[in-house]
Design a protein around this ligand. Sequence first.
Ligand SMILES: C[S@@+](CC[C@H](N)C(=O)[O-])C[C@H]1O[C@@H](n2cnc3c(N)ncnc32)[C@H](O)[C@@H]1O
Length: 221
Amino acid sequence: MSKPIPDQRRRLPITLAVRTNLLAPTAWGYELWRARALSQLSGRRFPLSEEFTRMIEAMQPVQGGVFLDLGTSTGLYARALLEAGAAKVYGLDLSPAMLREAVRRSRGFEGFSPLLARAEAIPLPADSLDGVVVGGSWNEFYDPAAVVKEMQRTLKPGGRVWIMFTHRSGSRLQRVLERTGLRFPTLEELTALLERHEFRVRGWHEKSVGFVAGTMVSLGE
Ligand SMILES: C[S@@+](CC[C@H](N)C(=O)[O-])C[C@H]1O[C@@H](n2cnc3c(N)ncnc32)[C@H](O)[C@@H]1O
């Protein structure tokens, strides 16, 4: 039996969209859906291996580094980073069910450390991370501006960032989903938010799948 994960979540509302992640069946089935998600969003064959390659490139150097997978769910990005040589990857999520699944799936990977917490209040010291990765969770964060501030606080100067998100399409479906608490930023909106917090980033999108990669620079650099 694995040890219980200490609860470090700060009180913030939980939207309807996020509530579904608290259910054990969502956690069990999550990776089946996730393997097909970018193909559906981009309209072309987009395997996880391609996404991981790009994410790992954006995090270089990975070897021996300390990373945070924000909104990790079942720990997909965390495992990819550990396989690429990261020394430690914190997998943060507000869902105990998702984290239990992440712990189960990361057995055999040294260095996975689950954090039951909110992305808006990261329970890690300042200047402690080489990189932060976010795979799809950005659309669910309750307060994205607070999350960026926390990324800025916890990253070392020169720390790397990678965000995969669902880009605004203006579709009827997205408008309905927004009522459950999801947000669909444009690349320009997300880039502008990051740039206000010392990040220098580049981004692109393929239909509804968006990516942002870059680094945090200290003022005066
Ligand atoms: C779409 S899943 C993304 C999973 C994973 N990053 C990936 O690449 O597949 C979103 C995850 O973010 C978590 N989440 C949503 N809002 C959060 C918040 N404010 N703080 C921490 N986790 C959050 C949810 O519980 C869920 O597990």
